[in-house]
Design a binder for this molecule. Structure first.
Ligand code: ATP
Length: 410
């Protein structure tokens, strides 16, 4: 089944609202194993809506419309479907009675325009909408299905869940699409693609990479008759990917980098202390999430600059000769000592500690763990938020590598 979504509403084209309905429907269709090939946004204009529906019927088996079912003049979805199919609108007596009852129950007279919501065409069956006034339409004609639902997200999701999805499920014979995402850190997207190139050509499952703030995601997606069959397609590909990239894969699906790090700390029974001279508490915020930190996060000092460093007993001038890398190392050790923690981490940046002869956007992350101390230098010639974001990611990376080997042998 080839599906297509048409989201109707001038508000969408003006950027005044975000099309969450299509995003919701796209996820739902994938879960049903229905291929979605096109999503169209169209304004409240009859000609353009006609055009969008005609085009959709020419290339898709299932056309899902969102919006334009209200009672006002710019609600044109019913008119457009009727025109494209060459059918006439008529007032359905049962729907009319329901509309009138809705208003009567509120002690009001039905505005004449609301009669449009009681209209059907011969090919359309109404889809109940118990939480709004506009029923949806289920239209079957010439082997095509058109489903029209109200734009109000609450009404659309309810109608989909209770009425439309069950009918479509019986139509597709229960095929499913399942995905598994592997998350990689420490390699760029093109480097990852290079390694997994032979697998990217596969069609079922498909393998695709995405650059995300927490590293590179590799998504394996399989389509099959049942979840078990989909998993059987995914498993061998996942095994191949793990063989190729194993040491750089930190998690799968809902795993987060910070969650993985906190999990390792808990397994080791260790605590982490931080000194953040560059990252302004970003690391502390990410690593102190109470549910996951559970005693693994000891504390953080968030420092504004060299003056605060002096107060801590460090003389930045003394370190000027050793370079900022060494300062990062010393601060990592100090973070450990300050909190009586087994692991210390520190961030230092050109923006907070200039004058080292480092280029703009230079940053240093130091890690003290066991008897070892290491630091990593990065240069991010971009905006300050970006420098900090990359420094956080580098810190996570360093921590994860530092802890992983130790947790394994523990
Ligand atoms: P109703 O039949 O309940 O009057 P409708 O079918 O006429 O709704 P619209 O008038 O297009 O739908 O939209 C109603 C409201 O629903 C909009 O003001 C907007 O807030 C929301 N909405 C419409 N389309 C979308 C969409 N694609 N994604 C998210 N919200 C939407």
């Amino acid at each position: 089944v080839k599906a297509e979504i048409i989201a109707v509403g001038t508000e969408l084209l003006l950027g005044q609202i975000v099309d969450t309905n299509s995003a919701y429907l796209a996820r739902e269709l994938a879960e049903l194993g229905i291929d979605l090939y096109w999503v169209t946004h169209v304004g409240d204009n009859l000609d353009r809506l006609n055009e969008a529906i005609s085009r959709a019927l020419g290339r898709s088996d299932l056309v899902i419309l969102s919006g334009g079912l209200g009672p006002t003049e710019d609600d044109l979805t019913r008119d457009a479907i009727a025109r494209v199919l060459g059918e006439s609108l008529y007032v359905d007596p049962e729907l009319e009675a329901a509309q009138r009852a809705f208003w009567a129950a509120r002690g009001l007279e039905m505005p004449p325009r609301n009669l449009t919501q009681a209209m059907l065409i011969p090919s359309a069956r109404p889809i109940p909408n118990p939480i709004g006034t506009a029923p949806g339409w289920w239209v079957e004609k010439d082997g095509r299905i058109i489903v029209a639902m109200p734009g109000v997200p609450r009404e659309l999701t309810r109608m989909w869940e209770h009425e439309v999805k069950p009918r479509l499920r019986s139509l597709t014979g229960g095929a499913v699409i399942l995905s598994r995402t592997l998350k990689v850190i420490g390699r760029g997207e093109s480097a990852v693609e290079e390694v997994i190139r032979p697998l990217v050509r596969s069609t079922n499952p498909t393998v695709a990479t995405y650059a995300k703030p927490d590293g590179i995601h590799i998504r394996i997606t399989a389509k099959a008759e049942s979840p078990e069959a989909a998993r059987a397609l995914i498993d061998p590909v996942e095994a191949q990917l793990r063989a190729l990239l194993g040491p750089d894969i930190y998690g799968a699906d809902d795993d987060t980098l910070e969650g993985t790090i906190l999990g390792l700390l808990r397994r080791l029974g260790w605590r982490l202390g931080l000194i953040e001279l560059l990252t302004g508490g970003l690391l502390a915020a990410a690593l102190s999430e109470p549910a996951e930190a559970q005693g693994a996060f000891a504390g953080a000092l968030v420092l504004a600059g060299p003056a605060e460093l002096t107060r801590l007993g460090f003389d930045p001038e003394v370190f000027r000769e050793d370079g900022p890398g060494n300062l990062a190392l010393k601060l990592a050790a100090a973070a450990r000592a300050e909190f009586g923690a087994e692991v210390g981490l520190a961030t230092v940046g050109e923006e907070t500690l200039g004058g080292w002869g480092e280029p703009p956007g230079a940053a240093f992350v130091g890690l003290a763990v066991g008897g070892e101390a290491v630091y990593q230098r990065l240069v991010v010639p971009m905006s300050r938020p970006e420098v900090r974001r990359r420094a956080v990611l580098t810190a996570f990376h360093l921590l994860w590598r530092g802890l992983r080997g130790r947790a394994g042998s523990h």
